[in-house]
Structure formats: structure tokens, C-alpha cells
Design a protein around this ligand. Structure first.
Ligand code: PLP
Length: 374
């Protein structure tokens, strides 16, 4: 039998000014974090999300580490966050010496369930870490009202939300500190990379210092505090500047992808498809995700194996924080259960969703999903 050509789950589009700007780095010798594309990328990205300051870092995970420390969160503090997210969120809180307190997610948007937050707030609570999942933002108005009422800081993880708006305002503009990732599966990529944005000059300066080993400006190699080397290189920023030029086009490409997949898959028995809209946003389909109904006799792992055999790349959903062995070993989340996240972690997966996906690849991927559900 002829094996079908494999469709990868993600392929970026790098056919704008990426090569030109990279060549510029090489010709001028500016390849470290001191190069001019860094400042340009920071300023242009911050402006795009309506923030005063941008601090480019080496990825979206360390952006969260720096954000938590910059806000002064540490020993004895609690931060409320969704259980359904990537480990980077909880890891940043735990590494700072604080405690992540999780809430379940909503079964239609897969975003954190806002209604569960208030009951988790106590005197130790310092912040809410809000994470926008898969392409639809969290309902920010009630969340910000809660944070305001209880005097809590907001860390907004907008890693997956480039170009997305909540009620017309850019995602990434809502947190005291907001963060992004530029991993290749994001709407814009720098290979590896991340950005912290804020309107607070002091927080921005703290993040700049933390990403650069907390060198003392007046006396290099003398340190009052411990930082990290979380710097982004000029090569990565060069890619970022080129990619940012095309963000609107990329959002359109992904929206067209989402609409096409939905058209092809609507009516297929046994799957819940992503919502195209909520009352406050249109999906930007960071990935095209789906959840198997309980009527389907196999789980996501099995579905992904079957799709792989048909030449279709997939990825599973996040695994909930309260079920992570590493956190359970630390005594976190003992006896806790969050049924929506537990279910979608076992029943959810996503199909090829990259920027370079062709119409034919979408048709093949959707046909394969239908085939395994027959
Ligand atoms: C919601 C969320 N936060 C943080 C990250 C971490 O970003 P990075 O892979 O750049 O470290 C990701 C990565 O996919 C993510 O989806």
C-alpha cells in the first residue's frame, strides 16, 4: 500500500522579510541580544497590543517566571489559575515559592471557569493568572472586576493570542503584566521566544533586569538579586519583526482555516468542535481542536494513533495541573478533582493547524477525522 504523505501538525510561514532581516544580522554582526532588532521588536509588539513596554525574552515559559517574580509573588502567597493549561504557568508560581490554586474550565470554551474563582480567594491570594486557551479569550470583564474587588494582581498569559481581541481590545492589554510565546506553532514565531508587556515602567525595568542576570547598572558583575539569562537574540527578534508585519494576514489565514474545518466537520457524529464565536470574541484558532463525545468508544490517545496511521499529525490537549505527578509529589492538589478538565484532557486533541496548511491538507485531515469516527 502507498503510504500517504504525512501532514505535520504545524508548519510556519517564513516567506516575508524573515530572510532579508536575518541576512542583515549576519552582515552587520549583530547576533546577540544587544542588536537593534530587539528594541524594534519590543516597541512594535508592545504598540500592537496597546502597551507601553515590551521586554523580549527567550520563550513564553520564562516570561511567566519573570512576571511572577517581578510582581513580588513568593513564599506564602497563592495565585489562582486554570488547571487546564501548560505546566509553565504553575511551574512559574511554584518556582517562586508560591502556591498555585486551580479552578476547572468551561466545557464549551475550555477557558478557566470564572464562576469558581471567588470561592478560592483568601488572605494569602495575591494574583490571578489568566490563560487564554486555544483561540478564544477568557471573559475578562468579570475576571477584572473580581481582581479589582479583592485587590489582586492579574498576570495574563496571552501566549496563544497574538492578534486576538476581547470586546475589541487586544489580548495582552489586560494584565498588570501580560506574556506571549513565539514558539513556531504560534500566530507569529521567532523559533523560540517570548515577550512580557506592561504599562508599568517599574515592572518593565524589573523584568529587564531579571532577564539579564540582575546586573547592577552602575557596577557590572555585582548583584543585589538573582536573575536569569532569559535574553532573546537579535536573530530571533529579526524573525519577530518580519512576522509581526504579517500578523493581520496570519489571523485571517487561521480564521479561514477554522471556518473551513468547521464546514467540513459539522454534522460528524461523536465530536465537539471549537466555538467560532463567543459574545466577546471571534475564534482565532491557535489550533483546531476537538473533543470526542462520551458515545465514542475510544479516547483521544487512540484517535491520535488512528489518525497517525492515516498520515495526519495531531497533538493531545493539556494534562490538568492537579493531575501532574510532579505537583502531586509536592503535596499539591491532594484529593482534588476537576471533572471538565479531566474529561477534555482524555477526550481532546487537535489536528494540523499550521500557517502553511493547504486546502488539500485540510480536506484530507477532516476526511480522516470522519473516517475514524464512522
Ligand atoms: C498558554 C501557554 N502558555 C505558555 C506557553 C509556553 O511558551 P513557550 O513554549 O514559548 O515556553 C505556551 C506554549 O505553547 C502556552 O500555550
Amino acid at each position: 500500500m502507498i503510504q500517504p504523505i504525512f501532514i505535520p501538525v504545524n508548519e510556519p510561514l517564513l516567506n516575508g522579510n524573515e530572510e532579508k532581516y536575518l541576512v542583515e544580522c549576519i552582515r552587520t554582526g549583530w547576533i546577540s541580544s544587544e542588536g537593534p532588532f530587539i528594541k524594534q521588536f519590543e516597541e512594535q509588539f508592545a504598540a500592537r497590543v496597546g502597551r507601553k513596554f515590551g521586554v523580549a525574552v527567550s520563550n513564553g515559559s520564562v516570561a511567566l517566571d519573570a512576571a511572577v517574580i517581578a510582581l513580588g509573588i513568593g513564599q506564602g502567597d497563592e495565585v489562582i489559575m486554570p488547571t487546564f493549561t501548560i505546566i509553565s504557568c504553575a511551574a512559574a508560581i511554584v518556582r517562586a515559592g508560591a502556591v498555585p490554586v486551580v479552578v476547572d474550565c468551561d466545557s464549551s470554551t475550555w477557558n478557566m471557569d470564572i464562576a469558581q474563582i471567588e470561592a478560592r480567594i483568601n488572605l494569602r491570594t495575591k494574583a490571578i493568572m489568566v490563560v487564554h486557551i486555544f483561540g478564544l479569550p477568557v471573559d475578562m470583564d468579570p475576571l477584572l472586576a473580581l481582581a479589582n474587588k479583592h485587590g489582586l494582581k492579574v498576570i495574563e498569559d496571552a501566549a496563544e493570542m497574538h492578534g486576538q481581541n476581547y470586546r475589541g481590545k487586544p489580548c495582552g492589554s489586560f494584565g498588570d503584566i501580560s506574556t506571549f510565546s513565539f514558539y513556531p506553532n504560534k500566530h507569529i514565531t521567532t523559533g523560540e521566544g517570548g515577550m512580557i508587556v506592561t504599562d508599568d515602567a517599574i515592572l518593565a525595568e524589573k523584568c529587564r533586569s531579571l532577564r539579564n542576570l540582575c546586573f547592577k547598572p552602575e557596577q557590572r558583575f555585582v548583584h543585589d538579586e538573582l536573575g536569569w539569562n532569559f535574553r532573546m537574540s537579535n536573530l530571533q527578534a529579526a524573525l519577530g519583526v518580519a512576522q509581526l508585519e504579517r500578523l493581520d494576514e496570519f489571523v485571517q489565514i487561521k480564521r479561514r482555516m477554522g471556518a473551513r474545518y468547521t464546514e467540513l466537520l459539522t454534522g460528524t457524529p461523536g465530536i465537539q468542535l471549537p466555538l467560532a464565536h463567543t459574545g466577546y470574541a471571534d475564534n482565532i484558532y491557535w489550533v483546531y481542536s476537538m473533543v470526542l463525545d462520551d458515545s465514542v468508544p475510544f479516547d483521544a490517545k487512540d484517535a491520535m494513533t488512528r489518525l497517525n496511521k492515516l498520515g495526519i499529525g495531531t497533538r493531545p490537549f493539556f494534562w490538568p495541573m492537579h493531575e501532574q505527578p510532579v505537583f502531586r509529589r509536592m503535596g499539591l492538589f491532594a484529593g482534588k478533582s476537576y471533572p471538565v478538565a479531566e474529561r477534555i484532557a482524555r477526550r481532546g486533541f487537535y489536528i494540523p493547524s499550521g500557517m502553511a496548511l493547504t486546502a488539500e491538507q485540510m480536506e484530507r485531515s477532516a476526511a480522516a477525522v470522519k473516517e475514524i469516527l464512522q
